[in-house]
Write a protein that binds this ligand. Structure first.
Ligand code: FAD
Length: 682
């Protein structure tokens, strides 16, 4: 049989295919090559109300996402509202719509907002225009004293991290603005907390109560939930691969046309010019990489972030394909079509199972408990019971899966579910695994000093969780490590150094190359080179400050007034992980008469006494107060959001206490609001 239908074919499409096949004299099981089927589609519109009418839906679930989690949650919500409550629902990328007619939504329609907060209380890239629309709306409402959205009913969930001072700011802002515009909220606002690792559990709790609030509000009856695939996957036996995505991010790349502008939708394959190790320890790795952007229109500014698009390791790709019984047909071409016109295929199509696993799906991401529970209802065989138990027992799931940092394939392997999944439609995996997303790195070079080379400083994520036999390997940093090893002529792999395909889709890269794009940030040096800066950046938090210091040194060398430039840096040990140790002196001597100083804290050098950056900051209290109070100094903090940034803030509160009118906490908040205190933390 040359071509088979790998997924359950949804009834509508099945009928369409049967009709087509009967006219061509083919049946599904004898199709040798099927032309690309794009699935049903709708006329383009940016109006949410029109889209609901066109698609015959009643609920629109907008997502604001940076890493794909909010989109995944939106998908779950849409699926359950449709299947459990008979409320036809669709998901919507905020960037794909205008919002003005939210005000004319009907009372029997519902909008749900699932919104991540990015960095310091900011919207995700695809929610920026929505945030500014709401800001304008609230101003208008206040000016005209007329509620602009009285008929809108909505529910809201936020994804954030309580390690940031502005926890879940985006959903709070949106809820507040919608209330002011007169919209009616159904249920409570949910707030997922990533720093506690409870985001998914928070979402599930919110979802269950909100679904029942929605059911009451819209008078809906609950029916038993059954998994229905939303994509049809047709396998093709053809080896014709010109139109098949084998890792390319978009059509231009597929056609070999690499041209700007380079964005998250169109990243640039940058050659790696320099790749070196910054730690001397053999147990931990920290990489300095320099990407060549000389042949492009790509630009960056000191303080920006670099997005790096990773590739999954051979080990994890193989594990995933084997567990799903797809390894032997990994090169089979698959055509993914949507059954529902409002849902786009999440990854490029046509593609192959292997390309999907290697380039497009985040197969190493934490597995969600919900997806195991749903899998238990679709899978068959001996492991079904184990899946069901893990999918329902929160404590067991925590111990056996979450604490061990297992991904989906590792979990299935652990419970011996290999054959269990062979009957599960591939659509299930497309629906439950997020798209592979870029990882961000604070650029560690100055655009003034090096406009055509971008450098990053990345510490490699590698650990073994207690009780686990499978080492945890961060996706992007281990890919970068493999690129660095390749650049240094080291190609053999092991469990410590998993191998990756580094030659790019269709082997197009003839030297170490990675897909990148620049993300603009607000982390900027003051306009005047004479303004003093105080930087706090332990560990890889020093990355942007290398760029800042390079820039100030160059400005000073070119005769501009050099303001005081202070860097507080911390690491374990000066001989092991002191990043860029040999460079800092050269900036001191080149920057106007030693205006640059680096103050170090080595936490593991004194047995029994750990010294951190905040301890060294305290010893410099007098100088810091003078710079902040009398010389308009700007303060910058970069690195760990969970503890360091909070501890540093507290330290400055203590230092400033008593020498500012009112509380030092409020004083630092004002500094933040005026742009004199900036954080770049993760
Ligand atoms: P990932 O695979 O993404 O894993 C990272 C973490 O996710 C793990 O430690 C774990 O907590 C969790 N996780 C992943 N998979 C699982 C699983 N299966 N089960 C449970 N938990 C899991 N880093 C730097 O080194 N230098 C920088 O300059 C830098 N700048 C940054 C700037 C910004 C704006 C941001 C947002 C982040 C920055 N980071 C920086 C962090 C960086 O983006 C990456 O998060 C980091 O390198 C790890 O990426 P990874 O793909 O190797 O790890």
């Amino acid at each position: 049989l040359a071509g088979i239908c790998a997924s359950y074919v949804g009834s509508k499409l099945q009928r369409a295919l049967r009709a087509r096949n009967s006219t061509t004299g083919l049946n599904l099981h004898s199709v040798t090559s099927i032309k690309r089927d794009t699935g049903p589609s709708l006329a383009p519109t940016r109006s949410p109300k029109k889209r609901l009418e066109q698609a015959d839906k009643r609920c629109i679930i907008f997502y604001g996402t940076q890493t794909g989690t909010a989109e995944k949650f939106a998908m779950v919500m849409a699926r359950e509202l449709t299947a459990r409550f008979n409320l036809p629902s669709m998901i919507a990328d905020l960037d794909d719509y205008d919002y003005i007619d939210l005000s004319s939504m009907l009372p029997n329609q519902l909008a749900i907002f699932i919104l991540a907060t990015y960095g310091e209380g900011e919207p995700t890239d695809n929610a920026i225009s929505f945030e500014s629309f709401l800001r304008q709306q609230t101003v208008q409402v206040e000016d005209q004293e007329v509620k602009s959205m009285p008929s809108l009913r909505y529910a809201a969930f936020g994804l954030g991290s309580s390690s940031y001072p502005l926890f879940n700011a985006m959903v709070t802002k949106v809820d507040d603005a919608l209330q002011r515009c007169g919209a009616t909220r159904v249920g409570m606002v949910g707030r997922g907390d990533d720093s506690k690792g409870t985001c998914e559990a928070d979402f599930v709790n919110w979802k269950e109560t909100t679904l029942s609030d929605i059911a009451t509000c819209f008078n809906l009856k609950q029916v038993e939930y059954k998994f229905q695939p939303i994509f049809t996957i047709l396998e093709e036996s053809s080896r014709e691969s010109v139109e098949v995505y084998l890792g390319e991010p978009n059509k231009n790349h597929l056609n070999g046309r690499i041209c700007g502008p380079f964005t998250a939708r169109n990243p640039f394959p940058a050659k790696i010019l320099v790749a070196r190790e910054l730690f001397t320890s053999s147990e931990r790795n920290c990489l300095h990489l320099e990407f060549d952007i000389s042949d492009t229109t790509m630009t960056y500014e000191t303080g920006d972030h670099l997005a790096v698009w990773p590739v999954n390791s051979d080990l994890e790709v193989e594990r995933f394909l084997k567990v799903l019984n797809l390894f032997d047909k990994r090169e089979t071409i698959i055509n993914i079509t949507n059954i529902d016109p409002t849902i786009k295929a999440p990854i490029p199509s046509k593609t192959t199972y292997e390309a999907a696993a290697r380039y497009y799906l985040d197969i190493c991401a934490p597995v969600s408990q919900q997806s195991l529970a749903i899998l238990a209802t679709v899978a068959s065989g001996s492991a079904q019971h184990a899946l069901q138990t893990l999918g329902t027992d929160q404590a067991l799931f925590q111990i056996e899966v979450s604490d061990k940092l297992l991904n989906l394939a590792q979990t299935l392997e652990m419970i011996g579910a290999t054959t269990t999944c062979s009957t599960v439609p591939f659509s299930f995996f497309l629906e439950n695994i997020s798209k592979l997303q870029p990882r961000y790195y604070s650029i560690s070079s100055s655009s003034l000093a090096s406009s055509k080379k971008i450098s990053i400083t990345a510490v490699v994520e590698s650990s073994v969780a207690p009780g686990s036999d499978v080492p945890f390997k961060g996706v992007s940093t281990n890919y970068l490590l493999a690129l660095k090893r390749h650049a240094c002529g080291l190609r053999e792999g092991s469990t410590i150094f998993p191998t990756h395909i580094l030659s790019g889709p269709r082997g197009r890269y003839n030297q170490p190359t990675a897909l990148i794009n620049v993300r603009r940030s607000k982390f900027r040096l003051p306009r005047s080179s004479g303004t003093p800066v105080i930087m706090v950046g332990p560990g890889t938090g020093v990355a942007p400050f290398r760029g800042f210091v390079q820039e100030r040194a160059l400005q000073a060398r070119s005769g501009r007034t050099g303001g005081r430039t202070i860097l507080f840096y911390g690491c374990r040990n000066k001989d092991e992980d002191y990043l860029y140790k040999d460079e800092w002196d050269s900036y001191s001597s080149s920057s106007n008469n030693g205006e640059f100083s680096i103050y170090t804290a080595f936490s593991r050098e004194h047995p029994g006494r750990r010294v951190y950056v905040q301890d060294v900051i305290r010893t410099r209290a007098g100088e810091l107060k003078e710079l902040i109070l009398n010389q308009n100094a700007h303060v910058y903090v970069c690195g760990d959001a969970t503890r360091m940034a909070k501890d540093v803030f507290k330290t400055f509160e203590d230092i400033m206490d008593g020498c500012v009118p009112g509380s030092s906490h409020d004083y630092l908040k004002v500094l933040k609001a005026s742009g004199r205190w900036s954080e770049d933390v993760w």
